[in-house]
Design a binder for this molecule. Sequence first.
Ligand code: PMP
Length: 440
Amino acid sequence: EHGQFLRRTRRSAELARQAAEVLPRGVEHVDPMSYPYPLFMRGGRGSRVTDVDGNEYVDCILAGGALSLGHNDPELNGALAALVDERTNFHGYMDEFEVLAARRIAQTFPSVEAVRFTSSGAEADLAAMRMARAYTGRSKVIKFRGAYHGWGDQFMTDLEVPGSGTVLAGGVPPQFLSATVLVHQNDLDELERALVAAEPDGGVAAVICEPLGAESGLVPFDEDFHAQAIELAHRYGALYVFDEVVTGVRAARGGAQTRFGVTPDLTTLGKGLMNGYPSCGAVGGRREIIDTAHIGVPDERPTTYIGGTLSGNVLSAAAAYHTLGIITRDGVFEHAEAAAADLVRRLNDLFGTRGFDFFAYHFGTVVRIELTAPHALPLRGPDDFAEVLRRREILSRYMLPVQNAGVLSRMGRDMLCAAHTAADNDKVVTAYDRLLDLLV
Ligand code: PMP
């Protein structure tokens, strides 16, 4: 498999050699995808991408899940191309698309009344924490172990190199880390203890979660957890924040909050909101909390500062407006979700037929493959996230054969898009079948 990869990807190998001279380890992102070197891509259309050596792949990674419509959606691209010729950035002044996009976000996500745009998902999470602190006048935040909320200092408390146990907090002042309290998912008692324990320090400003579970569903939340956790947070004066950077356009039409039928105080968005276009991030929620970003007007309400030259620029705002318009159109999300359900069914059939104790499941268009039998789900013990990462690491070693079979997969953490076809699923199932050959 290794030799086949090397033969098929000579141009990528050459570009990777050049990249290593000017980029740390020759990449922007540490992932199994960059082993033994990253593929360099040349083009993409719908669910398919082509690398610089001319190999074609079904893309089940989709830019970390950002391309919910697929690559180069013609309607979205057409709308943006028309704008590029006309406007660039009026930072400091306004463009109508900011209003259109914010209104559409509010219409799509039930808890959102008002919106502040940011330039990435990580910034949206930072903005949400700052607004929550300004609004409540408190400083501590609670985060669930294993959850990813971007690379902000305060979220690095437990961020690991996958499977290695190495915490990635180099360069982060310890006092930033100590402002974040870690709790385990699905443990309401522990959450309450953490809320109580923070009282002498002035209490907790916000509890932030990935609503489907850490790393978007690798360890799922119990169905009724959020409703109870929101009540608990409010009882102790804390806000509850849904990080819907991944789930916003993937968990359901209307995000995880629609799926679970709950109302978080703040919602952060990114990635799929603009179908992969920059500068993608937004925080939405109750108007009085979002209004804390309204610094400079003298009044008695709490205020803070959140800025960004590119945040909400006309092209990004238009990308959000059109992407949400397309993905919420009748049948579009449903098509992608049905493709995910079909893939999961076929993979589970395959694992069963071949006698493997694997298990695939999906939340909307997020597909997860677990190396355990269904009855083992949900994993919810204290060490489960580490265990999940360990298993994932093992599966990652088999990325090359899947890639050689024409499928880009983060191995068990797949994403589907609205352009996904039945023929794509055939290819994915064939690739996993080939992977199983190597495991016997
Ligand atoms: N939150 C979650 C749940 C994410 O998955 C990510 C990105 N993987 C982020 C925040 C950060 O978003 P960005 O990469 O756009 O900064």
